[in-house]
Design a protein around this ligand. Structure first.
Ligand code: ATP
Ligand code: MG
Length: 573
């Protein structure tokens, strides 16, 4: 593509309304333009990237046995009434009426449409399983459209739906789709992990969210930097580095417990500073209510208690940390000064980290006082040991002991074991060998194709522009002609033109900067646009019979005889 003819205008300056790097760079590189809040036009360069993501997705889900269909974007509301989701989607749904006042919506997703389609086509166990997908635009009137393509109101999704005779068969396809998603995101160059989602309304619906690691992501999650362990912050655990002691075994060489005056210092940091100690040697005692009984949860002072972990450890008892109102109601509790041996406590739960230290500084059960040298087994006891601390970056992975990382993530896809919710509501039934009817068991699998483009640019850019992974680059090479103003200008142009034609003939797609512009402008655009290899044809090189290749990611430059340039680039593409 000749840049002199391309529908491509790069922007020197950052657009005012772009709040994150990917949005800013996609606008500056002429990939997208805003039409209205949450609605974008895809310009030729951007459309090529989108098409490459689509192609990868199609290859992988086709290989997983899925078949492509195209469903209408306009859907009758009636189907949503039948599934019971019309109300649940509420204002997220774009609604419209036809001239006969019939109600429709713009597809926010397509479980209803596909289920009713399959209900009309398939009826026997012999027809199943079937796995159908489409790549199509979705519409959601998001409360806060933002970050460009990340949370748009129109976005491209690959959505699949699978239909089975039973759960076991669903689980096989679920695993195939899970693996296909992993391959898609790997090929797109994303650092990602699959996080097991919280159980749905029905309690047991298995689902995984594929999260791309990104500072601008909207959800926190924990992942292992070495293995594929990943979890929501609520359910993430660290590998225990210390084991709870045998009951009754106390460390005896610590000095006796000593009360110290800590006036007006109910917080860990204040006490630590006052006593010249590290927060790590203070014992945090968090009061909670478990079915009406008072309990204490113990964690080291430099760690946070994960309330979900506490609740999980004590389930099925209902657990709630005491809040300010509780303390007001119970003035006898010395808030901020409670120690692990507080008299009215029915249950003491501690994280194994509490067993690791010889002694602790902790509350003295008396306002304005703490104690030093509180020793487990001598001065206080623990009833239950459980992982209670919130995981932080650097903690050991529960699976392989490597470092965990707590980051934000972008949800780029989700796979879901739906069960029979939609098939029951929309009569997608099959007859088994014995002639009995059952609702089909369903899975659904969404992948945000346009959101992937954003996630990829978030991960692959530098201060100069986008650095496209080779698999997604709009063009594998960016040819820059620098004829200059000297006598050899015509020669350089001729050589660049020849190389351009040869590359095209060899099947290497190339963006060719044939504009009358300065080297500075051309190089800045090449960096901004981010093709993997820049090929420069200039007067000096030409005199020596070479062109210069520059790798966008590493900045590494190599010289190649002009006669070998096509071969060198064909090898890279
Ligand atoms: P989110 O929690 O981000 O709102 P979701 O869980 O509602 O997303 P799904 O219904 O699971 O989204 O849709 C499947 C995929 O479509 C998501 O994993 C995401 O990649 C993409 N997606 C969802 N909403 C948007 C949006 N507003 N803009 C761009 N992509 C989106
Ligand atoms: Mg989702």
């Amino acid at each position: 593509m000749r840049m002199s003819r391309a529908f491509l205008r790069t922007l020197r300056d950052d657009p005012a309304d772009a709040d994150i790097d990917s949005h800013r760079l996609l606008l500056r590189a002429g990939c997208i333009r805003r039409v209205a809040s949450g609605f974008y036009a895809w310009l030729p360069i951007g459309r090529r990237v989108l098409a490459r993501v689509e192609a990868i997705v199609r290859e992988e889900v086709d290989a997983a046995g899925a078949q492509e269909v195209i469903l209408p974007i306009v859907q009758p509301i009636e189907l949503w009434v039948r599934s019971g989701r019309e109300g649940a989607y509420g204002p997220l749904m774009f609604r419209l009426r036809d001239r006969k006042e019939a109600e429709f919506c713009l597809s926010p997703t397509a479980e209803e449409v596909i289920t009713s389609l399959v209900a009309g086509e398939l009826s026997s166990y012999r027809d199943l399983p079937v796995n159908l997908y489409q790549v199509n635009w979705k519409y959601r009137d998001e409360l806060r459209p933002r970050f460009g393509l990340l949370r748009a109101r129109e976005f491209l999704m690959k959505d699949s739906y699978s239909f089975h005779v039973d759960e076991a068969d669903l689980r096989r396809t679920y695993q195939d789709m899970f693996d296909a998603y992993s391959r898609v995101f790997t090929r797109c160059g994303l650092t990602f992990r699959a996080v097991e989602g919280e159980a749905g309304e029905m309690g047991g619906d298995v689902n995984h969210e594929f999260m791309a690691v990104a500072a601008i992501g909207e959800d926190d999650f924990v992942w292992c930097t070495n293995c594929d362990y990943a979890a929501n912050v609520e359910v993430a655990r660290r590998q225990a580095t210390s084991t709870p002691p045998e009951p009754g075994v106390a460390v005896v060489d610590a000095p006796p417990r000593e009360k110290v005056h800590t006036p007006g210092l109910p917080g860990i940091d204040g006490v630590a500073e006052h006593l010249g100690a590290s927060p790590a040697v203070l014992l945090k005692c968090m009061a909670f209510d478990a079915d009406g009984e008072l309990g204490l949860a113990l964690v080291p002072g430099d760690r946070e208690l994960n309330p979900f972990a506490l609740a999980a450890a004590l389930a099925p008892r209902r657990v709630r940390l005491l809040d300010d109102a509780d303390f007001e109601r119970r003035p006898e509790l010395p808030k901020g000064y409670i120690g692990p041996d507080y008299a009215g406590v029915a249950l003491v739960v501690a994280d194994p980290m509490v067993a690791a230290a010889q002694e602790w500084i902790t509350g003295a059960n008396e306002v304005d006082h703490h104690v030093r040298h509180a020793v487990l087994g001598r001065d206080f006891e623990v009833d239950r040991w459980a992982d209670l601390v919130a995981v932080v970056s650097g903690d050991p992975c529960p699976r392989d002991g490597h470092k965990l990382s707590v980051d934000r993530g972008i949800e780029v896809g989700q796979v879901f074991q739906l069960g029979t919710k939609y098939s029951s509501a929309l009569d997608a039934l099959y007859t088994d060998e014995a002639g009995e009817q059952h609702p089909m068991v369903m899975g659904c699998y969404g992948l945000g194709i346009s959101r992937v483009v954003t996630a990829v640019v978030e991960e692959h850019h530098d201060e100069h522009g986008i650095v496209w992974p080779a698999t997604l680059a709009p063009y594998p090479a960016h040819l820059v002609a620098l004829p200059g103003r000297g006598d050899t200008a015509a020669e350089v142009v001729a050589a660049a033109e020849r190389l351009y034609e040869e590359l095209l003939a060899a099947g290497v797609e190339v963006l060719y900067d044939d504009r009358d512009a300065s080297p500075g402008v051309k190089f800045a655009d090449a960096d901004l646009l981010g093709m993997p290899t820049r090929v420069t044809v200039g007067a000096k090189g030409l005199a020596r019979g070479i062109v210069e290749l520059r790798d966008r990611r590493s900045g590494e430059q190599t010289e190649v005889p002009i006669a070998d340039a096509v071969r060198a680039l064909a090898g890279r593409g």
